[in-house]
Design a protein around this ligand. Structure first.
Ligand code: COA
Length: 707
């Protein structure tokens, strides 16, 4: 009896094995068992001459079940099912539509022929999970498209479309939109031609271009994405086996290398993020009401950099936008920057001229706040001034229907305070977009205690429509990301500079660790004045002991605002972005240190990295304990997507688990003792202390809360 996950039917001498396992036909245990059984049925059915394997629903298959990598794969394994398919004495055709990823492509490669609809995309994204294709992909793909092309495809992790797949020889034909009918016709041709099974394993490997020079060239092409990564070396090893060993020996080598890849911290980190990125949208007590109509119209108030970026993000997502500003010049500047962004997307070949025009056409402008009345969502994005934002929100609240979501784009202000002036604070959320708002994927959704869960659900829906990762954060200073950055990582980075590390040494240490950019360079890019303004707001409500960003604030006072004034932590030549060390800054830092009795010395990169990281983790623990973040995994998503934390290390909290919380605690205690717990910065967060003492991890903390 075929299982429910795979249905079998026969039509005109063609036996169809249809995988039906929503949402994305992952090749879990029930699918594998179903495939094995249905295959037996089709092979035993004498009226069947050719077999088709296809998938129901919106897509072919998203591959192996990533959740299964943590343990042993239940029988039958993918490898054994694929071996049975390949050994079939009747030709087997894979019929692909939508996405065929990872094990999905490996399944297709185990078949004898492949057809695809024009919309199909085929990819081996395992490298993005720190894995090598481990179900025959590294041995069969080079036999179909050649070893050099296989290396490129596996190392890039990116899918190719049906036309490119046809060119590569990865599919034999592109069929009409009706997949099963197209597959049927293809099979009828095979029957007519008397075609035999064509086992991929028996084909020879074309190794041209797969030599030291070719391999180095391909790896260097992807070097940016692979910074700090090791999986690509395992891919080369497995493909080398395909070129040097016979097929079965190659499969055995692939198996061993795949097991090694699964066990790496790199792969565990990347798999953790895969699930964490999808889990963030699941907020207890908050339903993303899919029966509600999607958000169709957004009003953005304030046409500055953030407002224009948010308007662009909405227009890109197909949402109609009204961009409102009280000044005509403000609107003009905003629209000009939107137009120039679209022009540059066209120039870079990312958008066609027509598509850019369509998107730009979704944005209309107005000088009148009343134009927000019909919007489903109103986002105010004026500058960080509490009174101004309050007055706008209160006016907009009285203009709009009670169902309209009201959002304030802020990185520092209290949403509770902002919404207090509003008639109905329950529909106000904070939306912390990251700059540039149309590019950065992260969106912190700030929840004040007064907010209605339905409003939060609407905000999560907006994030989804914008194709952003929305992470819900508590309403505390800095929310999740900026709190950890300002009170942990960057504050420590400044202290290290006062102790004698140069901005360049700090940046270089953190960039070598894997951050996209070090703190001083980020500061210069964003503008040192931005941070200073944030602190002015902060100090109205809270205090911080000295030294707290004394260097950045001194730079602001000297009008060294970063790249825009050609001087900040570094200096810049006009028109260039290269950060040049500046003795004036070194002198300034020495003076600030001397004024505080801080003796300067030379510091090792290892100390710089360790102190910045353990501070980041310690403040992360406080954020978690205070429920500013719901899960440690949410913090990881915020830091990877908003702050350039290296993805292959899984985020700060995953990294802490990898280091071991006992070790992290010991290092905090070590520095605390050495620095006499100056300013109380080295007091371990109680949660970190408890978890370390009980030999638990942040992952344990998350799963205990989910249970
Ligand atoms: N293993 C386990 N679960 C998977 C999965 C896989 N290979 N692929 C998708 N899922 C799950 C997701 O976790 C999600 O679960 P949830 O609804 O409980 O959160 C669900 O399937 C839908 O996936 P999602 O990514 O939200 O859907 P989408 O339509 O946006 O994207 C894909 C579909 C296939 C493009 C995307 O899921 C994807 O890239 N999957 C991974 C493919 C991959 O890397 N395969 C190689 C495995 S080694």
């Amino acid at each position: 009896m075929p299982s429910d996950a795979v249905q079998y039917h026969m039509r005109n001498q063609v036996g169809f094995l249809l995988i039906d396992y929503p949402p994305v036909n992952v090749l879990g245990a029930s699918v594998r068992a179903g495939l094995a059984r249905s295959l037996e049925t089709a092979l035993a059915d004498e009226s069947v001459r050719v077999i088709v394997i296809a998938c129901a629903g919106k897509t072919f298959s998203a591959g192996a079940d990533i959740g299964e990598f943590d343990g042993a794969m239940a029988e039958p394994t993918l490898q054994s099912v694929f071996a049975s398919i390949e050994a079939s004495n009747k030709p087997i055709v894979a019929a692909l539509h939508g996405m065929a990823l990872g094990g999905g492509v490996e399944l297709a490669l185990a078949c004898h022929y492949r057809v695809a609809t024009a919309d199909a995309k085929l990819g081996l994204p395992e490298i993005t999970l720190g894995l090598i294709p481990g179900a025959g992909g590294t041995q069969r793909l080079p036999r179909v498209i050649g070893a050099a092309a296989a290396l490129d495809m596996i190392v890039s992790g990116a899918p190719v479309d049906a036309a490119a797949a046809l060119k590569l020889g990865l599919v034999d034909a592109v069929v009409d939109a009706d997949l099963l009918l197209g597959a049927q016709r293809f099979c009828e041709q095979l029957i007519e031609q008397g075609a035999e099974p064509r086992p991929t394993g028996r084909r020879a490997v074309e190794a041209r271009g797969f030599d030291a020079a070719g391999i180095a060239l391909t790896l260097s092409k992807h070097s940016r994405a692979l910074k700090g990564r090791t999986t690509q070396q395992l891919v080369v090893e497995a493909l080398t086996a395909a070129t040097q060993s016979d097929f079965y020996a190659g499969l055995a080598i692939e198996r061993r290398i795949a097991d090694r890849s699964i066990a790496t911290t790199e792969s565990r980190a990347l798999r953790h993020l895969f699930f964490a990125e999808r889990q963030v949208a699941k907020v207890p007590g908050v339903a993303m009401d899919s029966s509600k109509a999607p958000i169709a119209r957004v009003a953005v108030i304030g046409a500055g950099t953030m407002g224009s970026g948010i308007a662009t993000a909405c227009a890109d997502a197909g949402i109609a936008v009204t961009l409102i500003d009280s000044h005509a010049e403000g609107i003009e500047r905003g629209l000009a920057s939107i137009a120039s962004n679209y022009e540059s997307s066209v120039e870079r070949g990312r958008l066609t001229h027509e598509e850019a025009a369509r998107r730009r056409g979704r944005i209309v402008d107005s000088l009148d706040l009343g134009a927000a009345a019909e919007a489903d969502v109103v986002i105010e994005a004026v500058f960080e001034d509490l009174a101004l934002k309050q007055s706008i929100l209160s006016k907009v609240a009285s203009l709009t229907a009670a169902s309209t979501l009201l959002a304030s784009n802020t990185s520092t202000l209290s949403i509770a305070e902002l919404s207090r002036a509003c008639r109905d604070p329950q529909r106000v959320v904070g939306l912390h977009f990251f700059s540039p708002a149309h590019v950065m994927k992260l969106l912190e959704i700030v929840r004040a205690p007064t907010v209605d869960p339905a409003a939060l659900g609407r905000a999560l829906m907006l994030a989804k429509q914008l194709k952003k990762i929305g992470v819900v954060a508590g309403d505390a200073f800095g929310f999740i990301g900026n709190k950890m950055m300002l009170d942990g990582y960057w504050r420590e980075a400044e202290l290290l500079m006062l102790e004698g590390a140069t901005p360049e040494q700090v940046d270089s240490a953190m960039e070598t660790f894997g951050f996209a950019m070090g703190p001083a360079r980020v500061n210069d890019l964003g503008g040192t004045d931005v941070g200073t303004k944030t602190r002015i707001e902060l100090f109205k409500r809270e205090t911080r002991p000295d030294p707290y960003f004394v260097i950045a604030d001194a730079l602001t006072a000297m009008n060294r605002l970063g790249q825009k004034t050609l001087a900040g932590f570094y200096r810049y030549r006009p028109g260039e972005r290269q950060a040049l060390p500046d003795d004036e800054v070194i002198g300034l830092i020495a003076k600030l240190a001397a004024g505080r009795g801080i003796a300067q010395r030379s510091l090792e990169a290892s100390e710089i990295v360790e102190r910045c990281l353990v501070q980041l983790i310690n403040v992360g623990s406080q954020v978690l304990e205070a429920r500013i973040a719901m899960r440690a995994a949410d913090i990881d998503v915020v830091w990877v997507h908003g702050y350039g934390f290296p993805r292959h290390l899984g985020g700060p909290m995953f990294h802490a688990d990898s280091l071991g919380l006992k070790h992290v605690l010991e290092r905090i205690e070590y520095y605390g003792a050495r620095m006499k717990n100056r300013n109380d910065y080295w007091r371990p967060a109680p949660l970190l202390q408890t978890l370390a003492q009980q030999d638990r991890s942040f992952a344990d903390w998350d799963s205990e809360r989910a249970a």
